[in-house]
Design a protein around this ligand. Structure first.
Ligand SMILES: [Zn+2]
Ligand SMILES: [Zn+2]
Length: 341
């Protein structure tokens, strides 16, 4: 069976023949159709991230899965479209015990295709039925967006919970970055009727404007202040800057990752005075729990109705497994690896 594998800690990836998957009696056999790639995969391929399963040297990549159930059982029928959660319980913390491994308190969790668990960039996977997430059949291949969307839904759920700890209204939001995550966050906020400004390096982004958000290329001058800033560009300096772009009681949410060794600048009065006197918050968000998946899949359906073709356009590149390098270097939206038709 072909799989996309890495040796965590070493740069490089390759498509290799790996032993056929043995599907346990407690598992559902899932034929993988498609796997999305993102910045996390890029970091793993660069040797900066990722842990192989215990006792193994290689890790099968892929955490953004769309697959089809191969056999009836465990509440699923042959032909059902599914995705699957990424992070799995550490087994010994109160967050994981409460079905929230996204908030794991120990760091001992495992993650499909990232941390101690093989991923989905292979033809067949045996999966725990409790970790499978049904995808409505008419969403078809848009289901590959369910995983990244679940992370965005989770981030906004937390932002609203944090903002909502005191009287607060989310009227105006800034989204920094217009890759797949920045675009999905923009779409979600627009579905809720929030006034959105999205900013990124590209001179224009018609896909963003199609939703009624305003697109502003970086460096276009003062954008004003916001109730919510979501950093999706993965730039630590922009993350620090977010605190200074908030209105009173504003919330800044960090969704990108920037692992570069560097110092960033932060104006002393922004954190030392404004953040205090204006009740501002800056927080990070990772992963998602099941309710976020379910809400994200509902939102996919709504986005497809509101802006026909926009999600298809967001998936800018679909290539077979052996063209993984093209997918990893693609910058025009979401790229996916197609394993089966
Ligand atoms: Zn991802
Ligand atoms: Zn835990």
């Amino acid at each position: 069976m072909k799989a996309l594998v890495v040796e965590p800690g070493r740069a490089g990836a390759r498509v290799e023949d790996v032993p056929d998957t043995v599907v346990g009696v407690d598992e559902v056999p899932v034929r993988v159709l498609e796997v999305g790639v993102c910045g996390t995969d890029r970091e793993i391929v660069h040797g900066l991230f990722g842990i192989a399963p215990e006792g193994e040297e290689q890790l099968v990549l892929g955490h953004e899965a769309l697959g089809v159930v191969e056999r009836d059982g465990h509440g699923f029928s042959r032909g059902d479209l599914v995705s699957a959660t990424v992070r799995r319980s550490c087994g010994h913390c109160l967050a994981c015990a409460d079905a929230s491994p996204d908030s794991c308190l120990t760091g001992d969790y495992s993650e499909r295709g990232i941390t101690r668990l093989h991923g989905f960039a292979r033809e067949l996977v045996g999966e725990d039925p409790a970790q499978l997430v049904p995808i409505p059949r008419d969403l078809r291949r848009l289901g590959v967006l369910a995983e990244p969307l679940s992370d965005c839904v989770r981030a906004l759920r937390h932002a609203r919970a944090i903002g909502g700890r005191q009287p607060w209204e989310l009227q105006r939001a800034l989204v920094i970055g217009a890759g797949a995550i920045g675009t999905l966050v923009t779409f979600l906020l627009r579905l809720d009727g929030v006034e959105v400004v999205t900013t990124a390096l590209e001179p224009a982004k018609p896909l963003i404007e199609e939703t009624g958000a305003e697109y502003v290329p970086v460096g276009s001058g003062d954008l004003g202040r916001f109730d919510l800033v979501v950093e999706c560009a993965g730039n630590a300096q922009l993350m620090a800057d977010a605190l200074g772009l908030l209105r009173r009681s504003g919330v800044a949410c960090l969704l990108g990752i920037d692992g570069r060794e560097q110092k960033v600048e932060l104006d002393g009065r922004t954190i030392g005075v404004d953040a205090v006197l204006e009740n501002r918050v800056l927080f990070g968000s990772v992963n998602a729990r099941r309710e976020d998946w379910v809400a994200g899949i509902d939102a996919l359906d709504e986005m497809r109705r509101r802006w026909p073709g926009a999600l298809d356009q967001l998936i800018g590149l679909r290539v077979p497994l052996d063209r993984f390098e093209d997918a990893l270097s693609f910058s025009g939206g979401k790229a996916t690896l197609v394993l089966s038709d």
